[in-house]
Design a protein around this ligand. Structure first.
Ligand code: PLP
Length: 379
């Protein structure tokens, strides 16, 4: 018999569970994890090299534990782009927004406490809740993937969660949440508990609409989390951050590991922030490609969820997983997030998107007994 996880004295709530696992397959066109398809521009690579070389000279010392220079520059970026002035005291950074979320759940969730998200949404919220011993409540959405406000408010009133996650634009569906809805959820959460409301803006740079950052004013229990993994094209860097009332920044100090952000990470992120304008230029191209994917998929006959992100949810399929495989067979990796009937494709370069569109066009002429066609046409 194979010795496995369940033979170890692991925590009960981890038994029989699966880890986060987007397939990392070696195929020509990879449009499955919402990465930016453009490699960093050469001048930025040079600047990173310079900054890292400098940092390397001091690697005998621990890094700046409070990442003051980096947080100052992140605050400047937010102030310049999000329509609200924030400073060092409002901003905290960690290894990806996943670590930001982990620190928030370690601080505001934990054993005996609960968090709620409105699903389908970012699967890591539930997974990090589990990892931190926080109970998870799956809140509802409408069939069109908008948040059903009345049902969401009811879930908050009934469950009195300690942490409320609102992902906008939402992943994997792509749609943004209207500011009025976020405000209503915040009010409901304050009346019920009060609880911490985390607005996950991982994709906000790709949105047609504005950041909700200004809402942190006068709302000390509202946190806006961000990442450099998507718009900054730096998923390999692992740099996430949040903006909130300074008291929230003080609170997460209680759980953060000392020196969690390496000197190499801080140096690299600072170099990337020096090239913000170039990187945001790519974002404009990707937004145009995202809009093209929406238009062309609809023209082909697919259903598409409104997208404010760098990806598009399309369907509907009798069996999304079979379709996922058929697209993969044509050399294009998209994502099956487990949303019944739907798949998600990341906006890539124009060439990658053409390859994807060719593949899904081919599916429509596919003659066989496996269900690959959009529902309306499959009858
Ligand atoms: C990709 C993504 C993140 C980013 O996680 P990192 O740890 O910063 O790479 C956060 N939230 C959502 C909703 C995402 O889709």
């Amino acid at each position: 018999m194979n010795f496995g996880i369940d033979d170890l004295p692991v925590r009960d709530e981890l038994r029989g569970k699966s880890p986060y696992g987007a397939p990392q397959l070696d195929v020509p066109v990879r449009l499955n994890t919402n990465e930016n398809p453009y490699p960093l521009p050469e001048p930025l690579v040079e600047r990173i090299t310079e900054r890292v070389r400098e940092a390397a000279r001091n690697l005998n010392r621990y890094p700046d534990r409070d990442a003051v220079e980096l947080r100052t520059q992140l605050a400047k970026y937010l102030t310049d782009t999000a329509g609200h002035e924030v400073g060092l005291a409002n901003v905290w950074a960690a290894n990806g927004s996943n670590e930001v979320i982990q620190q928030l759940l370690q601080t505001f969730g934990g054993p005996g406490r609960t968090a709620i998200g409105f699903e389908p949404s970012y699967s890591m919220h539930a997974l990090i809740a589990r990892g931190t011993g926080t109970g998870w409540i799956s809140g509802p959405r409408n069939d069109d993937f908008t948040i059903d406000l009345a049902a969401a408010e009811k879930a908050i009133v009934e469950n009195r969660p300690d942490v409320v996650f609102v992902t906008t634009p939402n992943n994997p569906t792509g749609n943004a949440v209207p500011p009025e809805t976020v405000l209503a959820l915040y009010e409901a959460a304050q009346a019920a508990k009060p609880s911490l409301v985390v607005v996950d803006e991982a994709y906000i740079e790709f949105s047609h609409g504005d950041s909700l950052l200004p809402l942190i004013e006068g709302r000390p229990n509202l946190v806006v989390s961000r990442t450099m993994s998507k718009a900054f094209g730096a998923a390999g860097l692992r740099l996430g951050y949040f903006a909130a009332h300074p008291a929230v920044v003080d609170a997460v100090q209680l759980v953060r590991l000392p020196y969690h952000l390496s000197a190499i990470t801080q140096a690299t992120a600072l170099a990337a922030l020096e090239h913000t304008d170039t990187l945001l230029g790519y974002v404009e191209q990707l937004k145009a490609e995202r809009d093209r994917l929406v238009t062309e998929l609809r023209a082909i006959g697919y259903e598409v969820t409104e997208s404010d992100a760098n990806f598009v949810q399309f369907g509907r399929f009798e069996d999304a997983h079979t379709t996922w495989q058929q697209i993969l067979d044509r050399g294009v990796l998209v994502r099956d997030n487990g949303v019944p009937g739907w798949l998600r494709v990341t906006a890539g370069t124009p060439e990658e998107n053409d390859a994807f569109l060719d593949a899904v066009r081919e599916l429509l002429s596919f003659v066989g007994d496996t269900p690959t066609l959009p529902k309306e046409q499959s009858a």
